[in-house]
Design a protein around this ligand. Sequence first.
Ligand SMILES: [Fe+2]
Length: 370
Amino acid sequence: MIYLPLEHLKPGMVVAKNIYMDFSFLPLITKGQVLNTFIIRQLKLKEISGLYVESDVGNDIVVKSIIDNDLKRSTISGVKEIFSSLEKNTQFTQDDFKSVSKMANDLVLNILSNDELLINMIELKSHSNYTYYHCLCVSIISVVIGIKHELEYADLVNLATCGLLHDIGKAMIPIEILDKPSYLTDEEFEIIKTHPGCAKLLLEANKNISYEMLNSIKGHHEKFDGSGYPDGLSGYDIPLFSRIIAIADVYDALTSQRAYRKAWFPSDAIEYMMGCAESHFDTDLLKTFLTTVAVYPEGTIVLLSNGEKAVVIKNYSENTLRPSVRTINEKGEHMEELNLMHDKKCMNIVITGMGYDKESGNFVTLQKKE
Ligand SMILES: [Fe+2]
């Protein structure tokens, strides 16, 4: 399978991986389904940024999920229930705490069962719905950074809990501002900026949530140079979990499709974030993060410095910039496999960017009409 952004999808292409909507256990679009103009329009309306489709050049590529699909959907459903109950009675109840603790524990166990911890953000994005799915993605990315940072199991569960609850203060922000399909005005942004403080107010009545966890959630928009909010904390005065969640939060937001802008490719988001090292992020944690994410996820099309295009066939967590790739000619035919990580003859070849231009549809053999 290969990944194609929405604007490159054409009628006749065959879906290679399910896409889910919200917390429904039934996929919005199913593996094996043949695309038509109606389905492609629906995908655009649901803010799906792209799909894995069947392709001759990538028919042996395996794209793994970092957590089970059933756990993804049950967690999104659980997060939505907590948001809904807070919108109604503004109390984080004992049942809410039990539910979020179980979700956090299940997430950590599931993530730890992976042989290799490398996040394919394009695969993780095989879901529509921003608010609740964002909480799940932030929790997953934070836990993977936490594992590489050698946190203990109990800390990982607390970090997963903070990730799931980090934006819970948004339950107190007017929905018209949260769901505004365009950029926010300065006044609206000032209202949004109250959500970390609102989260602390909502959660602190529940004595099961520790002081450290409350401050970690409150601090997720602080920046390393002190220019963040709500308290303008800087450096190591910002709690460790807040510094981890800040990285996960920005990476997930940039790689998400929104009504007012396209999703960024992982490589673009990572390059942008590297530019914010020290000003926004804790540089040491950012370096750890860079070992947890695939810069060029499996199945994506990239451009090489020798002018060729290639599909990424395997990533290596030791160096996420140097995957194995398969070059493709202009007709979309498979040419040669290059292991950029280990082949000495490839040392002078670098990936210069994503390879999606108007011709990318050539990599897909369309199904013949019966
Ligand atoms: Fe936030």
